[in-house]
Design a binder for this molecule. Sequence first.
Ligand SMILES: NC(=O)c1ccc[n+]([C@@H]2O[C@H](COP(=O)([O-])OP(=O)(O)OC[C@H]3O[C@@H](n4cnc5c(N)ncnc54)[C@H](O)[C@@H]3O)[C@@H](O)[C@H]2O)c1
Length: 240
Amino acid sequence: MRLQDRVAIVTGAASGIGRASAELFAAEGAKVLAVDLEPFSLDHENIETFDQDVSAESAATAIIGGAVERFGKLDILMNNAGIGAGAPVEEFPDALWDKCLAVNLTPHFKLSKAAIPHLKESEAGRIINVASVMADGTDYGLAAYSAAKAGVAGLTRNLALELGRYGITANYILPGAIRTGMTVNFKDPKIAEIWAKKSPLKRLGEPVDLARGALFLASDDGGFVTGHGLNVDGGLMLRV
Ligand SMILES: NC(=O)c1ccc[n+]([C@@H]2O[C@H](COP(=O)([O-])OP(=O)(O)OC[C@H]3O[C@@H](n4cnc5c(N)ncnc54)[C@H](O)[C@@H]3O)[C@@H](O)[C@H]2O)c1
């Protein structure tokens, strides 16, 4: 019960990494506000779901206020909601660039900002931002995605610097190739095999692999870790 009596928010929690993290946090004793676009359900007494687009104008107030209203405080903010966006730069629609940053980067700033007064009150305030190995590298078509994820890394390092004096840690996770709703092409065994082979561990990541990394950062185990980017990628980024 590593998160006993803690209150957490997890965005993008209807599926994949967010769902596994919300479930693991709840199993470890946290009360969790699980946020996603559409109404959804998660079967745990510690979890309340909340349908809210993280890129909407009033999302930060609604989500942070919603958690504090329901549970009385906030200890852990996990900004995880994200979308893929792929096209060569020459053809990349401006509107898709805007949307990619509006979902994959700006909410991390706005929700963190709105959470700060509450995290200052916590004895173990935590911000966990989900980036990607594409924050450090990139791939064809991923200009906007890589830019957003590199932005998440930069934002998180700054949060760690500015909030450390309040005992708040801020870290980001760099998932590798994980079997989730975002990677629907992994349903094709050939593509799944290609990505699995790229990793020294020779398998795709499962959402729970990421949830365990998030739990480390959220719990007392990660209490002296801040400003860190945790690769949970099976070693995908080791080879040059
Ligand atoms: N799966 C991978 O291989 C991989 C690799 C690197 C990084 N990531 C990152 O992990 C995070 C989680 O993705 P996942 O792989 O679990 O994918 P997923 O598609 O299974 O889950 C993402 C969730 O975010 C939600 N979401 C999307 N836009 C939203 C919005 N505007 N407001 C609220 N919720 C929204 C979706 O509805 C979905 O439930 C993302 O930030 C993604 O970029 C995933």
